[in-house]
Design a protein. Structure first.
Length: 734
């Protein structure tokens, strides 16, 4: 007896045991949710630790903890910033913030806080409280001794020369303080400045820092919290429409909740506060629950759909057993193939994507257990109870819940199966054209792409990018060789330092270069202030510096505002390989199964080919809508295969079963009418969930929601067209 048959016997004969064991395990696993830790730096967590950039960041931490990666808090004053009251407020707020003990311990002692207001007071040689309009005019007058200095660089002027903003910087050091302490200090500074700005007329004070970046993401996540519950509400409403019974809807919905709880618990138990087998949670963690709902709800719909088919001729126990032994096989193969697809992310270079692969695989395995165990067991128990009370059980076919869509799916499948050659020819032309467009998918993104569009920090970043070229940060150049090792290296270091201070330095480096050279026993380091306004400037800075280096030693350019470019390059390098591995692995698993059970390994192409076509069409859609690969959309390959393989395997498996009693064409039409209805129901529930996700406040999550909605639409379309054509084309001839 095969494992699924044994499992179906256990569930059907001991349903109460299965339900109780599932609930006990859920309580035990759920305790791990309290152990989930968030990554302190949402984007840096995506830098591969074994890459050149990853190693350079580690060198900065160990060899140059004070000079290597200073954290900059950019102070931004907008409005009538030359008003004496505004200048006094900026100076006072700076003094209050930097004298706070929690802030002072994080500051870089070698770099004193600098503000436009403080420089004006120094230039006027007057106490800030005594500044007059005349003093300020003299300090900022064009042609004065101060024109063209740092003060002039910190004053932002419009096209007519009118001062519209004033800037400043507070520099933190990494030695002696943790990331969390520096972020907390950044929040204190921000509070001091916004509070001071609230008392001013015509002037707004704010800050831009890692703390504000994290706060903006957190605010976006908080604002987006209703999205997931709303998706669950939409799910249960749709399940009610499809099943037309509250009990079936609640049973499947309960199974979905259990799967999400198991995922959350596993994330905590495996994370840094548990077994430390995976890293802390990142933005991807907010996506996985919705993804698990999307994938595992299909398992429940398939099981309940088959259970109802058998309930007309069987009592609840035998009907449950037959539904698991029948549909459960397709569910299991689909789940196993999806698990393997997600597990291939372990071969990728990005640590959070690797963790995603682990957690998604665990979530799918949990979904397989729950939807083929808890759900049918609970359904059997409820129906047995109904019969004991003398009530009838509900065996209405699932097709009754969505007849119009079911007919459309079945009709499309029938036409495509009867015209297989023409269908495949059209598909080849369409997919071929899409492949050309898919080649243009961008991998460039900026840190600001992860912030809510209407958040104050986003507005500040956009203002700085437009007016001064971006927020101030530091570019660190790590040379893997001691400075005085040989004359050639020393010469190359001198030439690079001269280049960074010259007029030929790349756009993106500060107008007032402050390049500093530091060395340790093994490494040399050059740091220079930068103003990065986006991925194009970031890549230009990195490329120009690397090209200017004339030495033989290895050189790596890193920096907070370069992280997005570094990560996007890692995604570019890994994406093609990851896609090939995922598709090949899925093909091997499907071929192994159909060889062992049907002696027809070629059927694996029926399962995989429509998914490959769907993936190409989705990539083309990314190009069309201008959506780039980023740390979130990088999971698109495994997500597309995870969703698509479930559809194609169910349709293929049911068709092969029907072919034992029906001619090939009729078998396809029968499968499209029965299993197809469950697939459409699943697709609609999944599509609704991810469409709601598209309205999430964080643009990156919203884009993934849009892409996944496109993925679902395309994969169900490929399942209704290409898969039937391939099934007809490969059907045994009599």
């Amino acid at each position: 007896m095969n494992p699924m048959a044994q499992w179906s016997r256990l569930v059907a004969t001991r349903p109460a045991v299965v339900v109780v064991v599932t609930l006990i395990l859920t309580v035990m696993v759920a305790a791990g949710a309290s152990r989930i830790e968030q990554a302190p730096d949402p984007l840096e967590a995506f830098v591969p630790t074994d890459s050149e950039a990853g190693r350079a960041l580690e060198v900065l931490e160990t060899e140059f903890p004070e000079a290597g990666r200073p954290s900059t808090i950019q102070l931004v004053a907008r409005g009538d910033v030359l008003d004496p009251v505004a200048i006094q407020a900026v100076v006072a707020a700076t003094e209050r913030a930097t004298s706070n003990s929690d802030v002072a311990t994080t500051l870089d002692a070698s770099r004193a806080p600098i503000t436009y207001a403080g420089l004006i007071a120094d230039a006027a040689d007057v106490d800030p409280a005594q500044l007059t309009t005349a003093d300020i005019a003299a300090a900022t007058r064009d042609g004065s001794a101060d024109a063209g200095t740092l003060l002039d660089a910190l004053l932002v002027r419009d096209g007519s020369g009118e001062v519209i903003a004033g800037l400043g910087t507070i520099t933190q050091q990494r030695t002696g303080s943790s990331v969390e302490e520096r972020i907390d200090a950044g929040e204190i500074v921000h509070t001091e400045f916004t509070t001071a700005g609230a008392d001013l007329d015509g002037v707004a004070l704010s800050t831009v820092s890692q703390a504000r970046f994290d706060a903006a993401i957190e605010d976006g996540l908080q604002d987006g919290q209703p999205v997931f519950p709303l998706a669950l509400v939409a799910l249960i409403v749709l399940l009610g429409l499809f099943f037309r019974t509250m009990s079936d809807s609640l049973v499947v919905f309960g199974g979905v909740i259990i799967v999400v709880v198991w995922f959350s618990g596993a994330q905590g138990w495996l994370g840094p506060a548990g077994l430390d087998l995976i890293g802390p949670a990142t933005l991807i963690g907010t996506i996985v629950p919705v993804m698990l709902v999307a994938l595992t709800v299909d398992y429940g719909i398939q099981i309940i759909g088959h259970y109802r088919e058998h309930l007309g001729d069987e009592t609840p126990g035998p009907a449950g057993r037959r539904s698991i032994a029948g549909a459960g096989v397709a569910v299991a193969i689909g789940a196993i193939t999806t698990i393997v697809a997600f597990a291939t992310n372990l071969a990728g270079p990005l640590p959070p994507i690797q963790d995603f692969g682990v957690l998604a695989a665990i979530g799918i395995a949990a979904g397989l257990f729950v939807m083929t165990g808890f759900v049918p067991a609970a359904r059997v128990l409820l129906d047995q109870r109904r019969l004991r009370k003398g009530r009838t059980v509900i065996n209405r076919p699932l097709t009754a819940g969505i007849p119009p869509v079911t007919r459309a799916f079945a009709a499309t499948a029938s036409v495509c199966a009867r015209n297989a050659a023409a269908t495949l020819a059209v598909a080849v032309v369409v997919v071929g054209a899409a492949a050309v467009a898919a080649a243009g998918v961008s991998t460039d993104f900026a840190n600001s792409d992860f912030l809510p569009d209407d958040h104050p920090t986003t507005e500040d970043l956009e203002f700085l990018a437009a007016e001064v070229g971006g927020a101030r940060s530091t570019v660190s150049i790590v040379i893997d060789r001691p400075a005085g090792l040989d004359p050639a290296t020393s010469t190359a270091l001198g030439e690079l330092d001269e280049f960074l201070r010259s007029d030929q330095r790349p756009a993106g480096l500060a107008d007032e270069p402050t390049a500093a050279l530091t060395s340790s026993d093994r490494y040399a380091l050059i740091t220079i202030d930068a103003l990065i306004d986006g991925p194009t400037t970031a890549r230009g800075v990195m490329t120009s510096i690397e090209n200017a280096w004339t030495g033989d030693a290895d050189i790596t350019v890193v920096g907070d505002d370069l992280i997005g470019t570094i990560v996007s390059d890692s995604i570019t390098d890994a994406q093609t390989t990851a896609t090939i591995i995922t598709i090949a692995t899925t093909l091997v698993v499907a071929a192994a199964y159909f060889t062992a059970t049907r002696r027809r390994p070629g059927v694996a192409l029926v399962v995989v080919a429509p998914i490959v076509a769907a993936l190409i069409l989705v990539l083309a859609a990314m190009t069309l809508f201008g959506i780039a690969y980023n740390p979130l959309t990088a999971i698109l390959t495994s997500l597309t295969i995870g969703i698509g393989v479930d559809y194609t395997i169910h349709l293929t498996h049911r068709t092969l079963d029907e072919q034992t009693n029906l001619p090939p064409q009729e078998a396809i039409e029968r499968a499209a009418h029965t299993t197809g209805s469950a697939l459409v129901a699943s697709a609609l529930t999944t599509l609704t969930g991810f469409t709601i996700l598209a309205f999430a406040p964080l643009p990156a999550i919203g884009e993934l929601g849009v892409l996944t909605a496109i993925t679902i639409t395309v994969t169900i379309a490929m399942t209704a067209t290409v898969a039937p054509a391939l099934l007809s084309f490969t059907a045994p001839r009599t």
